[in-house]
Design a protein around this ligand. Sequence first.
Ligand code: ZN
Length: 144
Amino acid sequence: MSIQSKAAREKFSRLRQALLQLLDEMRGLVEPFLSDRPVVKGTVYELKRKCGKPGCKCAQGQLHSRMVLSASERGKTRLRVIPRGFLVDIQKRVRRYQELRRARARVVEIHRQMLKVMDQMEAMRREELPSPGKDRNGSGDFRR
Ligand SMILES: [Zn+2]
């Protein structure tokens, strides 16, 4: 294959644009990794439960509510109660962590797409040396 026809040139140009766009997006994805602010792994949610004491308000349906951090550690999900006053801070750190994970997953995807585009571009540019005794009249053109 080589890039001589108009269609091939247009295809190559689209691949070039695609590659540059992927590179642009990659740059944005690296951004959150440049920060050194702390992150916390896990998810924050409200845990409602009954304590089991007879006569407690929770027995009548007013469940006890705690904010907890859920995170898997060595394959097990661990719940930790978030102390009062720490919720906003923890949530910020958790959001930062989740942003890193999302960006990382997208980097994997973009990386895969970039390699695919780069391979296509390389294939389009690739030429073979003419075999001896053939192509005497210029179909193997090496002047470019
Ligand atoms: Zn209770």
